[in-house]
Design a binder for this molecule. Structure first.
Ligand code: DX5
Ligand code: ZN
Length: 224
């Protein structure tokens, strides 16, 4: 069953515990945390201390998306802070195999992320061991951007690989996800849909999350 992951990037950071509690109460299972370094992407967000505080405030699975130039230097800190799974960008991780194995050796799930301009073909080897692939459907750095339609083809290609090669990785999508494209994304092959502004900028974030989750579930049931 596909899951919607609220991305706290668009939440009110002064009331983060409350915002997360509302997602939990509305049925969320996983939470997406965006880590940005002002170098790999042109924005700055949170580090391990904030992840550790969130860990104390919720039992939701914490999905940490590292948008930083030197992920290898920080993986352990994020795992110690309470991350359940960590994704690193293909574009800044030269020894992707080593990095994925390092995350997994600590008992966490490891994901690899590709930017909109990075072809799926760059993941041909790593999908053999990665736990999930995150397809960026906007250029990373900011919430509230428009979904890049070509991302759907990349998701379909990953699903085909998964089927043809009998692999078990999950497919995640991040950027411009909303109620209007959630069903199509699940139909294309997505297991995890990350949504920030569509949820937290809505008049009723809890109800909007629940509506998106329902949409994802209906699409999962009718998936061909
Ligand atoms: C963007 C982040 C996303 C962001 C998505 O670089 O990785 O997780 O929160 O925001 P929306 O859903 O508003 O596009
Ligand atoms: Zn993200």
């Amino acid at each position: 069953m596909a899951l919607v992951l609220p991305s706290i990037l668009s939440a009110d950071f002064a009331r983060l515990g409350e915002e997360i509690g509302r997602m939990e109460a509305s049925g969320a299972k996983m939470l997406h945390l965006d880590v940005m370094d002002g170098h790999f992407v042109p924005n700055l967000t949170i580090g391990p201390p904030v992840v550790a505080s969130i860990r104390k405030a919720t039992r939701l699975t914490l999905d940490v998306h590292l948008m930083i130039s030197n992920p290898d230097d920080h993986i352990l800190s994020f795992l110690e802070a309470g991350a359940d799974q960590i994704s690193v960008h293909q574009e800044v991780t030269p020894h992707l195999d080593r990095t994925v194995r390092a995350i997994q050796s600590e008992g966490a799930r490891a994901g690899v992320v590709i930017n909109p301009a990075t072809p799926v073909s760059t993941l041909e080897e790593i999908v053999e061991i990665a736990d999930y692939v995150l397809v960026m459907s906007v250029n990373p750095g900011f919430g509230g951007q428009r979904f890049i339609p070509r991302s759907i083809d990349k998701i379909r290609m990953l699903r085909e690989w998964r089927q043809a090669r009998g692999l078990g990785f999950q497919i995640e999508v991040d950027g411009g996800v909303s109620l209007s494209n959630a069903g199509a994304l699940v139909n294309a092959g997505c297991d995890w849909l990350v949504a920030g502004s569509a949820i937290f900028h809505a008049a009723d974030p809890g109800a909007t999350f629940a509506a998106m989750q329902r949409e994802a579930e209906v699409a999962s049931l009718t998936q061909v």
